[in-house]
Design a protein around this ligand. Structure first.
Ligand code: TGC
Ligand code: FAD
Length: 390
């Protein structure tokens, strides 16, 4: 029987299931997050800005488009991508969001559905962090039902003319290129809209209480002329954007574990030091049960994500499996963050502690990339064969 004390953040020793190169990626990103990201994130959150100075470091580590083979990308497996997300989100969901959008929502569709010219132009520049992307799917009238999008494009000679608006778009005002999904007479197509195209404007959404260290905005298209060469040739249906979401949602299942681990680590230390009624909080049954419950949820989430990653690397991933994990892991993380905030008492509302920042961020993470309800209904559809969305 093992007599060594278990790692409180990894009770089932998931670490031993990782290959050496996966552990190396995880450790490298963890160092970056501890040394360069965490010192900036609290202030960035308070000041409501994305710390762009981190982009160079993130790019130098090969974290942008890390799953893509070629085009100056790292060609890492899905488990590595998950571990990257986990470490980044241990720092802040806004930092993981930046990498998710660039990698899964912009570089992925260019790689999967783009022409050779589009790939060569954008992917190496995006991997180096010299070009930033955003992904426009959600519209103001309702993000859960993207099939009902109003943004549309019409052919006009060799160009397309694009009209409409997108809302709640990460990186909107700092992006060099937006992957914009629009209805056409030929189905839903992806357009690479560049920041200086006439008729294309953006506006930042200010005063958010969540993901304050991330840029969120709206995109507006007023007769924007997009050349045929900037339309993704490889897909003409909702399958295009939804398959990007599968990549990003997968990363989120790992990411939120990092946020939850940061909260657990914080309250483990706090309850050891905080003496009430003559003994440290950690000596009470009620607190131990709450800490144990956090560890249970983190462990379950870790096992789900690792299994999901192995399935993905075998090419056998089903979207409803991703839905189940996104639902479970986001729910676990937000419940842990809220409970951690409560255990910290009054200190829990101070920015000195990270739990409230993670808690507020997770309100976005549980909403974007499919709300909890959307994922529950996706799993329900898988089980019953009945589509209950309508
Ligand atoms: P449905 O009939 O289910 O599917 C239409 C076509 O798409 C295919 N498909 C998928 N392909 C890949 N991955 C998936 N997850 C897929 N789900 C469906 C499907 O096979 C079909 O293909 P084809 O070839 O036959 O056309 O479409 P539906 O309209 O019934 O979908 C229902 C629903 C609710 C599941 C879907 O609309 C949905 O997922 N809604 C939620 C929308 C959402 O998540 N938006 C996220 C916007 S991006 C974002 O939030 C970024 S945050 C980034 C950050 O900062 O980190
Ligand atoms: P709605 O779709 O209007 O949903 C409202 C409520 O209705 C929710 O509780 C939902 O669960 C519920 N609901 C929906 N359908 C049903 C049903 N059938 N039965 C019962 N209840 C239902 N989008 C992008 O395209 N790109 C981005 O980069 C991006 N970044 C984002 C960043 C942030 C910080 C945030 C907050 C959002 C971002 N989004 C982005 C948008 C996000 O994907 C949407 O907010 C999300 O999909 C939900 O859409 P909605 O906000 O319009 O809510």
């Amino acid at each position: 029987m093992a007599s060594q004390k278990l790692d409180p953040l990894d009770l089932f020793d998931i670490d031993s299931e990782l290959a050496e190169d996966e552990q190396m990626v995880r450790d490298t990103v963890a160092r970056f997050v501890d040394e360069q990201a965490i010192p900036l994130m609290r202030e960035a959150f308070e000041q409501h800005h994305f710390p762009r100075e981190l982009i160079t470091g993130v790019a130098e580590l090969g974290l942008l488009g890390s799953s893509i083979d070629g085009y100056d990308c790292a060609g890492l497996n899905s488990v590595c991508y998950g571990l990257i997300c986990q470490q980044l989100e241990r720092g802040d969901s806004g930092l993981r969001s930046f990498v998710s959008v660039q990698s899964s929502l912009v570089m992925y569709p260019i790689h999967a559905f783009g022409s050779e010219e589009q790939k060569s132009r954008w992917l190496p520049a995006m991997a180096r962090g010299e070009a930033i992307g955003c992904f426009g799917l959600t519209e103001p009238h309702g993000g859960s039902d993207p099939a009902n999008m109003k943004t549309h494009a019409k052919r006009d000679g060799n160009d397309w003319v694009l009209n409409g608006a997108k809302m709640w778009i990460t990186n909107a005002t700092i992006a060099d290129v937006a992957v914009v999904w629009a209805q056409t007479d030929e189905g839903i197509k992806g357009f690479l809209v560049e920041k200086d195209m006439p008729g294309f404007t953006t506006q930042e959404i200010e005063n958010k209480f969540s993901l304050r260290a991330s840029v969120t905005g709206a995109l507006f298209f007023d007769d924007v002329r997009v050349p045929e060469a900037s339309v993704l040739p490889g897909v003409s249906s909702l399958r295009g954007p939804l398959s990007c979401l599968t990549q990003a949602r997968y990363g989120i299942t790992w990411g939120v574990i990092g946020a939850a681990q940061a909260c657990l680590q914080e309250v483990l230390a706090y309850t050891e030091d905080r003496v009430l009624f003559g003994k440290p909080l950690s000596h009470t049954q009620a607190i131990q049960i709450r800490l144990a419950d956090m560890a249970r949820r983190i462990t379950t989430a870790q096992l789900l994500s690792l299994r999901l990653g192995r399935i993905k690397d075998n090419g056998e991933l089903s979207p409803s499996q991703v839905s189940l994990a996104k639902w479970n892991n986001c729910r676990a993380a937000i419940d842990i963050a809220r409970d951690a905030r409560d255990i910290l008492g009054g200190s829990g509302i101070s920015a000195e502690y990270c739990s409230i920042r993670h808690m507020l961020n997770l309100e976005s993470v549980i909403t974007y990339e499919g709300t909890e309800t959307v994922h529950q209904l996706s799993v329900g559809r898988e089980l019953t064969g009945i589509n209950a969305f309508g």
